[in-house]
Design a protein around this ligand. Structure first.
Ligand code: SF4
Ligand code: SF4
Length: 356
């Protein structure tokens, strides 16, 4: 193991307190509200993170806020000639450094798909890029998958370190924190005392056990062609999503969904350009100004969702699946649509389809 620190359960909030003096620290906390469950919030003095269960929603908003101001503008009219207008644009504000503490490997892996789109494409998104560069991930090795999780089926797993800077391993009495890179290493002294050999060995055993766990059935990484072959089978898609009510929750809770819309909000001559999360499951998402809609039905929208994650994305980005198997869409769907079943059944004979 590289650099390590040990934090007891009792010392966890004081370690977060120290870190929060230098950066925004986002932790999963219980809201006390059934609807919202466990949410990521900025650390408040004395508030302990809830690490025993997966958060209801994800830390996506830390790098990709649900609503963000892209720029501010102000129209100035020439007092001599009112037909002459200039626009004053205000720059981006610098964001504070941040840490996401206690996310699961699946949540952090979600950002690797964001990176492909917002950093590695033709155009780099300056808003996402700034947050990405200034944010560290201290990720918890996952020991509590539930029946909706399937991270191993999409090439990840409970001990997947991809995208993380620090690794949190539960051991007797507290947590062993391991640095995974130089950025993480620098923060270790603020987190706790160096771990003892016994603690390191205990963490290694825990880590090995998690790495050997298989979460989810089968391999869902090889469905690019099966999706293409099934694309025109309208009966299949209608059957699969007959229950869907197009609520869009599956996209809002998804660590790999990044649809957005841009609007200008104005009061008199001043305004803001806002970017807000949107959902490809909504009818209006693809509605064009002419009234034409290329995906007017829910089966076409859901087909696009499945195709994007399991066919188009891996086809474009060297096999990378745009689903991290977190299972949130399955847990949150009010009518129990299960994306795993729909993908698995892509390879079955057309006559074998059953409703989900
Ligand atoms: S599609 Fe579902 S299981 Fe896959 S990453 Fe999104 S929410 Fe998680
Ligand atoms: S959560 Fe379920 S009902 Fe809502 S849009 Fe997604 S699949 Fe349809």
């Amino acid at each position: 193991m590289s650099g390590t620190a040990y934090i007891t359960h009792n010392e966890l909030t004081s370690a977060l307190e120290r870190l929060s003096k230098e950066m925004d620290v986002w932790i999963p906390v219980e809201t006390g509200d059934k609807k919202w469950g466990i949410q990521f919030s900025k650390y408040q003095p004395g508030k302990a993170p809830l690490l025993e269960r997966q958060s209801t929603t994800l830390p996506k908003k830390v790098l990709f806020p649900q609503v963000e101001t892209l720029l501010r503008f102000c129209y100035q009219k020439d007092v001599e000639d009112r037909s002459r207008v200039t626009i004053d644009l205000k720059d981006l504000e610098d964001m504070a450094p941040a840490m996401v503490f206690g996310a699961r490997p699946c949540d952090v892996r979600g950002f690797l798909t964001f990176d492909q789109v917002f950093l590695n494409g033709l155009h780099k998104d300056p808003y996402y890029a700034q947050r990405r560069e200034k944010t560290l991930f201290a990720t918890l090795v996952c020991e509590t998958p539930d029946s909706a999780c399937f991270c191993s089926s999409v090439g990840s797993g409970p001990a997947d370190q991809a995208g993380s800077d620090l690794w949190i391993i539960p051991i007797e009495g507290g947590y062993l924190i391991e640095s995974l890179n130089e950025r993480g290493e620098k923060l270790l002294p603020k987190m706790g005392k160096e771990a003892t050999q016994d603690q390191i060995e205990s963490a290694q055993r825990f880590q090995e056990k998690a790495a050997n766990e298989r979460v989810g059935e089968g391999d869902l990484t090889r469905y690019v062609r099966a999706f293409e072959e099934r694309f025109s089978d309208k009966a299949y898609w209608r059957d699969m999503v007959s229950k869907c009510i197009s609520c869009g929750i599956c996209t809002y809770v998804c660590p790999t969904c990044y649809c957005f819309t841009i609007t200008d909000e104005m009061k008199e001559l001043e305004g803001e350009r806002l970017r807000s999360w949107d959902s490809c499951m909504f009818h209006q998402y693809t509605q064009e100004a002419s009234g034409h809609n290329p995906r007017p039905t829910k089966f076409e929208r859901y087909r696009n969702r499945v195709g994007h994650k399991f066919s188009y994305f891996p086809d474009k980005y060297n096999g990378m699946i745009s689903c991290c198997g977190c299972g949130r869409c399955i847990r949150s769907c009010p009518v129990s649509v299960d994306i795993r079943q729909i993908v698995r059944q892509l390879k079955e004979e057309a006559g074998d389809c059953v409703s989900t």
